[in-house]
Design a protein around this ligand. Structure first.
Ligand SMILES: *Cc1c(COP(=O)(O)O)cnc(C)c1O
Length: 360
């Protein structure tokens, strides 16, 4: 007997985040906050009473209610998934027929491309401009000229931290005969959301996650917000018990701590802006070859010919950031005040020890 993997999967390698243990993790856009003790205690109680022998609620009703209350929307328009990742896969596979046309923007979150590839969609890339902005009219043209079935992008964008306004996003939704999937994973850090209007459109799905501002990447909680017709379809295609009971209950508890979440989100925003300002100052002081993009999310994107050497130097000093080889860029998630201070001091040391000595 023999079995040969199909071409599509033969060359694939498992997703590999940065492995090893580093003192400071600024590589995955997670929140630098750990969960407060008060909430940990509440979750301990939840675990004590958990019905381990029973399947989870397939509708995740309590969780969806807590999520919806937090964002001020109706629970009827929300589908919960095992991270946004599960929904991205469903959108590319179950929600589209094979050989459908999907427009992605580049550069953007690589998972959009990956799930479309697995689902055997035809992918059309819309190239962003030199400063990584989206020209909404150009994107509309790309979608319409290709008769695309779906267009998907993140706003603000991971990895660039750049975004389009709510008005531009709505213009796009109103100008295409395609399903628009707007991934607002980082919108908590900016102010151009169209989440509360998502249900008014025929062709819009807004994605949210608990992995970033909500500081709960470990729980794997994603949310799709759309009109009732689309919502019914999404609930029908997802696997019934996709969100486990512990994550449902812990997530419910966390979303109910609205003041704490908002306060933390504000601090993350402030830290990001401060990090950006300090990086710009460093660039000016040492005349560095850096293109630093003004951030709309919780990370700073720097295009520089020094990307690889800075990335390696930081790793040696136990600081992990994200390196994009093909773009020649670094993406640095904001850390706590102390973490950012350490990052800046190691960066400055790199410049003095390596960059200046080689470029004298
Ligand atoms: C981190 C991130 C998500 C969240 O994915 P989860 O599966 O919910 O953790 C979604 N979209 C983008 C663009 C992200 O960067």
């Amino acid at each position: 007997m023999s079995y040969v993997l199909c071409d599509k999967v033969r060359e694939l390698e498992p997703y590999e985040p940065i492995t090893g243990s580093y003192k400071i993790r600024l590589d995955a856009n997670e929140s630098f906050y750990s969960m407060p003790q008060e909430i940990r205690d509440e979750i301990k109680e939840i675990v004590q009473k958990l019905d381990f022998n029973r399947y989870p609620d397939p509708c995740a009703a309590e969780l969806i209610k807590a999520f919806s209350d937090f964002y001020g929307i109706s629970p009827d328009n929300v589908t919960a998934t095992n991270g946004s990742d599960e929904m991205l896969y469903l959108l590319a596979s179950a929600m589209l027929k094979k050989n459908s046309t999907v427009v992605v923007a580049e550069p953007d979150f690589s998972m959009y491309n990956f799930y479309s590839f697995l689902s055997e969609n035809k992918v059309i890339s819309y190239r962003k401009n030199d400063m990584f902005g989206i020209d909404t009219d150009e994107l509309i043209k790309t979608v319409n000229e290709n008769n695309a079935d779906m267009v998907i992008f993140s706003n603000p964008c991971n990895p660039t931290g750049q975004g389009i306004t709510a008005q531009q996003a709505k213009k796009l939704v109103e100008s295409v005969n395609a399903l628009v999937v707007l991934d607002e994973a980082y919108m908590d850090f900016w102010n151009e959301s169209i989440l509360s209007e998502a249900a008014q459109y025929d062709n819009l799905i807004v994605l949210k996650t608990a992995s970033k501002a909500v500081g709960s990447a470990a729980l794997r909680l994603g949310f799709a917000v759309s009109n009732k017709t689309i919502t019914t379809a999404l609930r029908a295609v997802k696997s019934p018990y996709n969100v486990n009971t512990l994550s449902q209950k812990a997530g419910t508890c966390i979303f109910r701590h609205k003041d704490m979440l908002i306060e933390r989100t504000n601090t993350i925003r402030e830290n990001t802006n401060q990090l950006y300002n300090e990086l710009v100052e460093l660039k000016t002081n040492y005349k560095l070859p850096f293109d630093i993009l003004e951030p709309c999310a919780n990370f700073v994107f720097i295009r520089t010919e020094l990307a690889k050497s800075i990335f390696e130097y930081l790793l040696k000093n136990s600081i992990a950031v994200r390196y994009f080889g093909s773009a020649g860029a670094l993406r640095i998630t904001t850390g706590s005040g102390d973490e950012n201070k350490e990052l800046m001091s190691v960066l400055e040391r790199y410049i003095i020890e390596q960059y200046l000595s080689e470029n004298r």
